[in-house]
Design a protein around this ligand. Structure first.
Ligand SMILES: *Cc1c(COP(=O)(O)O)cnc(C)c1O
Length: 453
């Protein structure tokens, strides 16, 4: 295997179980609270929005959960995904570091999102749901859910953040080909959308607003449920197929990572890759540094406060303890739409508070500079979100060049950017701007975050 470029697995090596990290943590994450009573919520509070199997997974204490055969059948369309050794990039950077990337852009939607949209659609179909509603930022989650709904005969209604709806009409068309209905968000079709539009008719939208709209549509409809593409425990659980495969692939070439890097919007691709490695670390079998990378314009982990806040903008969801910039915070329209979220996965937030992972924030021009270098050498054109992981990985490879360290770096390349070429055009013509951290906007938004004793 001396000169290998990619490490592949056989279909028979697709993981048959998802890994739940919660029982392995030294303390459990704090529970979600009912927004009215401020008491921990029970399954009945979530039942209008999610099927019972996903609610069970959300609070499961089992370390492993079997992946249903019907889900594995769909996973086989693109899994196992390849692990690459970035030899051409290493050579260009002239670094002693060994760089690996686990590529999830081979899925039908072009990102890691189908790893969870497929089981979510499956459990919903099994429990009699007719329609799923959701939000999408960059368009990746909406595409992934539209694809999954088509597999299991469900209707799909998507609220696409306005900035992305205008910039990426092709994502909308892709969702429509899979049979979904797509609205720009904020929209006129929900009360939440109308409220925002009344205040700001030109609102670029945000993930928080789009979540409010999709939840508002699903909650009163007995045939409809809501699906979230990130943030929740069950979503991160489903994504662990990435890390389980990567563990096998690294072992095949006799390598152990010294550093894992992944971009964090709501934490799902990061958690998916890193949790199985964190299991090994907690068991004393390896000791990688695990690093989250977020946009400097929306730095929830590095600048946000760790406290209870709403997951959406209007304040309809349960209160969850997470690193937040305030549920009313609307981030500047950076190109990485999937990272424009005011909060973070409560599970990733908890693990960060425990000191098990670290975080850094990077400006978007450095990210795109790294992505262009990556594309020129490795050929694959990354989505704007994982350009953050690539920039962090290049920073580290350059440090290794200075120190002579032969670190092994594993990067989550969670999607391709074939629908994001307008962003590359803006970078190439020199007109991409970096937004400074909006301290005052965040301070204002934090004033509306409820005080929970
Ligand atoms: C949705 C998305 C993200 C952000 O979500 P996470 O839950 O943090 O992974 C990042 N990259 C891509 C390609 C996405 O589609």
């Amino acid at each position: 295997m001396a000169d290998y470029t990619k490490v592949t697995l056989d279909e028979s090596e697709i993981p048959t179980q998802w890994y739940n990290i919660i029982p392995d943590l030294p303390t459990p994450p704090p529970p979600p609270l009912h927004p009215g009573t401020r008491e921990p919520i029970g399954p009945e509070d979530l039942a209008p929005l999610f099927p019972m199997e996903l609610i069970k997974q959300e609070v499961s204490q089992e370390s492993y959960i079997d992946i249903p055969g019907e889900v594995l059948d769909v996973y086989r369309l693109w899994r196992p995904s390849p692990l690459y050794r970035a030899r051409r990039l290493e050579k260009l950077l002239d670094t002693p570091a060994k760089i690996f990337y686990k590529y999830e852009g081979v899925s039908p939607a072009g990102s890691h999102k189908p790893n969870t949209s497929v089981p979510q659609a499956f459990y919903n179909a099994q429990e009699g749901t007719k329609k799923l509603t959701t939000e999408t930022g960059a368009g990746q989650w909406g595409s992934a859910l539209a694809f999954a709904c088509a597999q299991f005969g469900l209707e799909c209604e998507v609220w696409q953040v306005r900035a992305s709806y205008d910039q990426k009409p092709d994502r909308k068309t892709m969702m429509e080909v899979w049979g979904a209905t797509v609205h720009p968000s904020p929209s006129e079709v929900t009360e939440a959308g109308r409220q925002i539009l009344a205040l700001d008719p030109d609102s670029p939208g945000s993930l928080g607003i789009a979540i409010s709209e999709a939840v508002m549509r699903a909650a009163p409809d007995p045939d409809a449920k809501y699906a979230l593409g990130s943030v929740l425990n069950h979503v991160l659980l489903h994504q662990t197929v990435i890390g389980e495969e990567a563990l096998l692939q690294m072992a095949k070439v006799d390598e152990t990572p010294d550093l894992l890097v992944g971009c964090t919007g709501g934490g799902s691709n990061f958690g998916g890759l890193s949790f199985p490695f964190l299991r090994e670390k907690l068991a004393g079998k390896m000791d990688p540094t695990i690093r989250c990378v977020e946009p400097a314009a929306c730095p929830s982990l590095t600048k946000g406060e760790y406290r209870y806040d709403f997951g959406d903008t209007i304040g309809m969801t349960p209160l969850v303890k997470m690193h937040t910039l305030g549920h009313g915070f609307i981030p500047d329209p950076i190109h990485a739409g999937g990272l424009r979220y005011h909060g973070m996965s409560p599970l990733v937030s908890h693990i960060y508070e425990l000191g098990l992972v670290e975080a850094e924030a990077i400006h978007q021009t450095e990210c795109f500079e790294g992505a262009v270098t990556f594309t020129k050498t490795e050929g694959i054109l990354p989505a704007p979100e994982p350009t953050h992981a690539i920039a962090a990985m290049i920073r580290e490879a350059n440090r290794c060049k200075e120190t002579g360290e032969e670190k092994t770096i594993l990067t989550a390349l969670c999607g391709h950017g074939h629908f994001d070429l307008r962003s590359y055009e803006v970078y190439l013509d020199g007109s991409m701007v970096d937004y400074e951290y909006p301290e005052e906007k965040v301070a204002a938004a934090m004033q509306d975050v409820p005080v929970v004793a």
